[in-house]
Design a protein around this ligand. Structure first.
Ligand SMILES: Cc1ncc(COP(=O)(O)O)c(C=O)c1O
Length: 386
């Protein structure tokens, strides 16, 4: 039997994520389109994004925050190409995005003194094995496996290297210990439900000191360059973007930041996301066919919640067959208009991934869960009857 209640918003994609509740294109009406981003009107908007982000996230006053090209990937790669090479590097990876940064460091930059510390989907590498004499590259939340670092306790206060953190699916939903980080990156399309293509790069004082004291031996394209004649290009962190941003997207980012403030700021955003995870956890506890991919509750993401099917019928299938069944389940939910984009990432084990960031309403998560039971019974039925 199909459930009676439908989620009011069926958007559960892990990026771009659901727009904030009540969003319409009218939110963009104040955009300074057709104007230069270097004129006061445009630059003020860029500065406002930075100022509101700083305040919401509690970024220390001595950090620099800039809007950079090419989304979170651009922000991370700008940092890797500009900062690494001065000392050894530890790269922690436990899913697709971390693996991407490991590839950058080991195969593209080809840094000789690199340790790759990996773990399978659903697990974390041993965080206490990290050598803080090295620079350390990691994702706070592994979006494709639903495993996050539980906190920053494993990050040394006496580190010699830099802690370089891709936090794109963590910021605005998880508490980041800024004092323990040196570089933090994110994009707008995750927890804020904004639009893609613009990255945020936050640099702590130690990262700035590295930029001003070290020049990497490889060429840097203009889009990565943060220094000129050995000095930080301060303008990048004062609303002067390297190249042209979309002022329409900037307006949308401002709308999402204003919304975040209106619901109560970071504590409220975190509570909304944790509440969504808790709703899923209650369902998982009473549902025999499903479990969290991340076994350790402390490492379970409250944003990209990844689930595995543990039912015998499913686990006996080959990975290709499992993936096909998940696609079928996703298509059933899509056709009903109750959930979009809930299949796991293409690089992950076949399973489900439900975005639970702050723009998602807990009532919608709760309404979705009976539909997952229904869709699973539907895909299983022909096989069980055969
Ligand atoms: C942890 C993580 N890093 C990097 C990315 C890539 O982000 P973008 O598409 O903003 O470059 C994503 C996107 O989902 C992500 O979740």
């Amino acid at each position: 039997m199909k459930p009676h209640v439908r989620p009011a918003n069926p958007c559960f994609s892990s990026g771009p994520c659901a727009k904030r509740p009540g969003w319409t294109v009218a939110a963009l009406s104040g955009a300074v389109v057709g104007r230069s981003h270097r004129a006061k009107a445009g630059k003020d908007k860029l500065l406002e994004v930075v100022a509101r982000s700083r305040k919401l996230l509690g970024i220390p006053a001595d950090w620099r925050v800039g809007i950079v090209p090419a989304s979170d990937t651009g922000a991370v790669e700008m940092a890797l190409w500009s900062l690494l090479g001065a000392r050894g590097v530890d790269v922690l990876s436990w899913e697709s995005f971390g693996e991407g940064w490991a590839t950058d460091v080991a195969q593209q930059l080809k840094l000789p003194d690199t340790r790759l510390m990996t773990a399978p989907y659903g697990e974390l590498p041993d965080l206490h094995e990290v050598d803080w004499a090295h620079d350390v590259v990691f994702t706070w939340n592994g979006t494709t496996s639903g495993a996050r670092v539980p906190n920053g306790d494993w990050i040394s206060d006496k580190r010699e290297g830099l802690a370089i953190c891709d936090a794109t699916s963590a910021v605005f939903a998880m508490d980041l210990p800024w004092q323990k980080l040196d570089v933090v990156t994110w994009s707008w399309q995750k927890v804020l439900g904004g639009e893609a293509a613009h990255g945020m790069l936050a640099l702590g004082p130690r990262a700035v000191a590295r930029l001003e004291s070290y020049t990497p031996p490889w060429p840097l394209p203009k889009i990565f360059r943060m220094t000129s004649k050995g000095k930080l290009i301060a303008g990048i962190f004062e609303g002067e973007t390297i190249n042209t941003p979309s002022l329409l997207v900037v307006e949308d980012a401002l709308d999402s930041l204003r919304w975040a403030e209106s619901v109560g700021g970071l504590p409220a955003l975190m509570a909304r996301s944790e509440g969504n995870l808790a709703a899923i956890a209650r369902w998982v506890a009473k549902t025999p066919w499903i479990d969290f991919l991340a076994g350790d509750p402390a490492a379970r993401s409250c944003t990209s919640v990844c689930l595995k099917v543990v039912d015998d019928w499913f686990t006996r299938l080959t990975p290709d067959q499992q993936r096909a069944q998940v696609k079928k389940l996703e298509a059933l939910l899509d056709a009903e208009g109750v959930a979009y984009d809930v299949a796991g990432h293409r690089d992950a084990l076949p399973g489900l991934r439900i975005w639970c960031g702050a723009t998602v309403e807990t009532a919608d998560v709760e309404a979705l869960l009976p539909w997952l039971d229904w869709a699973y019974a539907e895909i299983r039925r022909p096989a069980a009857a055969a």
